[in-house]
Write a protein that binds this ligand. Structure first.
Ligand code: ATP
Ligand code: MG
Length: 170
């Protein structure tokens, strides 16, 4: 049973937990029979969530980032972001919950014009719950959202030399 009225969430800020929060929301939604689609922009590495998602027959998980992305934008990243947006524009018609993971970063890097995402939000089907994550959320997007959460960095083990750990950070 889809939601009567879907709302818009933003998880932003420089602390850990944005992608994890969106995944947690999907776990809850799937349990209640909502159809979820999770599109990951920018990232192109195998993540634990991708492995789990592929085991769940009713969880659509699509990664559109480039393997080996290292914060330097190349031509291919524009094409991949465009492809991701096209998929999002289709999936929003087919699912109850749509997550656009790291979309804020894709906008920040100018891979996607903010106007295109604004259009997607404004034109979303009434019942769809839409979640946008990533640092540097643009004001235009924050204004349209119903839930906006900023994850604030207090401590992160990265700053004492502990790199991302498989199973915990990716
Ligand atoms: P997660 O995927 O763990 O929920 P996130 O989505 O909030 O984290 P991203 O900005 O997408 O964080 O960064 C992805 C990776 O970088 C994660 O492995 C995360 O642990 C790590 N990370 C998050 N915040 C920081 C930070 N302030 N400094 C260094 N690494 C970070
Ligand atoms: Mg993330």
């Amino acid at each position: 049973m889809p939601l009567e009225k879907g709302l818009v969430h933003v998880y932003t800020g420089n602390g850990k937990g944005k992608t994890s929060a969106a995944l947690g929301l999907c776990m809850r939604a799937l349990g209640r029979g909502l159809r979820c689609c999770f599109i990951q922009f920018i990232k192109g590495v195998v993540t634990g969530e991708m492995i789990t998602a592929n085991k769940l027959s009713d969880f659509c998980f699509i990664q559109t980032g480039r393997p080996g992305y290292d914060f330097k934008v190349i031509e291919e990243d524009y094409r991949r972001a465009e492809e991701g947006m096209k998929i999002a524009e289709e999936k929003i018609k087919e699912f109850d919950v749509l997550v656009l993971d790291e979309i804020n970063v894709a906008i920040h890097l100018k891979l996607i014009p903010v106007e295109r995402v604004v259009k997607l939000i404004k034109g979303k089907p009434e019942h769809v719950e839409l979640i946008l994550t990533g640092r540097y959320a643009r004001r235009e997007i924050v204004e349209l959202a119903d839930y906006v959460t900023e994850l604030k960095l207090i401590k992160h083990p990265y700053y004492k030399g502990i790199n991302g750990r498989k199973g915990i950070d990716f």
